[in-house]
Design a protein around this ligand. Structure first.
Ligand SMILES: C[C@@](CO)(OP(=O)(O)O)[C@H](O)COP(=O)(O)OP(=O)(O)OC[C@H]1O[C@@H](n2ccc(N)nc2=O)[C@H](O)[C@@H]1O
Ligand SMILES: Nc1ncnc2c1ncn2[C@@H]1O[C@H](COP(=O)(O)OP(=O)(O)O)[C@@H](O)[C@H]1O
Length: 305
């Protein structure tokens, strides 16, 4: 049967500052996202109801296949918005670790919006699809746009950031996932428990100028110096073993390592392809599950197979 194939990328937060909790319960954030070459592939086929099946290179056992799957939510949201009366059968090939802090579910949602819009001929504009994306999750608009961008508010108000060249990443996957709300709550607890001088809450978080400069320059050494994640301490508190992974990467030639988003994936920045390959070998030898990726890459797009 003729279907539509869409692809969307995972992401690394190369910078993430977390501000206060807003009235909607979300934290006010300022982040610099980079889309990386670890993709989710979504195949959409006509059907009378909504269903999803999963395959891919990673363990998908914890991913729901009922209406709580973010891809099904995305398809239903598009159908509601456009008045489309049918359904869709979705097949997702996952390569982004589940609950890994790399926005895999968000990529599924973004790719599904694009695939269903094409399959159903609903012809939504980019802006309409982005508006639906923002309602599905804070990271979904970025999975849609990709590249390199600054996200503010919930992380869904995007402005493109200039970036040159390609950065080489080595990703250390964990054998467990971490819940995004739990990591945000842990940061709140840290901030309540400890003096504000250790974990200060920025009144209005912004992305540091040196990160934007590093992204513009394409120089991995500059970017390595400016990687920052306010959620990292909270993630390390909940998963102390990640500290060893960070140390191992830095001992084996990484320019720097950072927990991606709410973790537990650790992203190492390498100086070049050779350094990335060496690091990949060293981490694999230490029985860490690794993948290499480059960034930035495109956002969600249709693939004409
Ligand atoms: C931490 C980040 C960094 O990019 O990514 P992940 O690690 O999840 O990939 C994001 O802020 C996550 O984005 P996403 O995973 O789309 O979040 P959502 O599904 O919208 O929200 C899940 C929950 O996380 C918390 N949340 C999320 C975003 C935000 N700015 N403030 C929050 O407090 C809220 O408790 C919310 O109910
Ligand atoms: N299509 C999907 N892929 C992955 N997880 C999904 C999906 N739909 C719903 N989920 C749920 O969302 C949670 C977080 O998803 P994910 O996007 O993989 O991680 P993160 O938010 O850390 O980047 C998972 O634990 C899972 O229960």
């Amino acid at each position: 049967m003729q279907g539509v194939h869409a692809r969307a990328p995972g992401k690394i937060n190369v910078f993430l500052k977390v501000g206060q909790v807003m009235d909607d319960g979300y934290h006010d954030v300022a982040t610099a996202y980079q889309a990386v070459s670890l993709h989710e592939d979504v195949f959409a086929y006509e059907a009378s109801d909504f269903s999803v099946t999963l395959s891919g290179s990673i363990d998908t056992i914890d991913v729901p296949t009922d209406g709580s799957n973010l891809a099904i939510k995305a398809a239903r949201a598009l159908a509601r918005k456009t008045g489309y009366r049918g359904g869709v059968r979705l097949e997702i090939e996952k390569h982004v670790p589940v609950a890994g802090g790399m926005g895999g579910g968000s990529a599924d949602a973004a790719a599904t919006l694009l695939a269903c819009d094409a399959l159903w001929g609903t012809e939504c504009s980019r802006e309409e699809l982005l508006a639906i994306a923002a309602k599905l999750g804070a990271d979904v608009p970025f999975a849609f746009t990709g590249g390199t961008a600054v996200g503010t508010g919930r992380g869904d108000q995007l402005s493109p950031a200039l970036a040159t060249g390609h950065f080489q990443w080595v990703l250390a996957f964990a054998e467990f996932g971490m819940s995004t709300p739990k990591v945000y709550s842990e940061l709140d607890r840290h901030r309540e428990r400890h003096a504000q001088d250790i974990f200060p809450t920025p009144a209005q978080p912004t992305v540091d100028a040196n990160v934007l400069q590093a992204l513009r320059s394409g120089d991995p050494r500059l970017l390595a110096e400016s990687l920052h994640n306010d959620l990292q301490a909270a993630a390390l508190h909940l998963a102390p073993g990640l500290t060893n992974v960070l140390e191992l990467g830095e001992e084996n030639g990484a320019l720097a390592g950072i927990v991606s988003g709410s973790g537990p994936t650790v992203a190492f920045l390498a100086a070049d392809v050779d350094a990335a390959l060496e690091l990949q070998v060293a981490l694999s030898a230490a029985r860490v599950t690794v993948a290499r990726a480059t960034g930035p890459v495109h956002g969600a797009r249709l693939i004409h197979d």
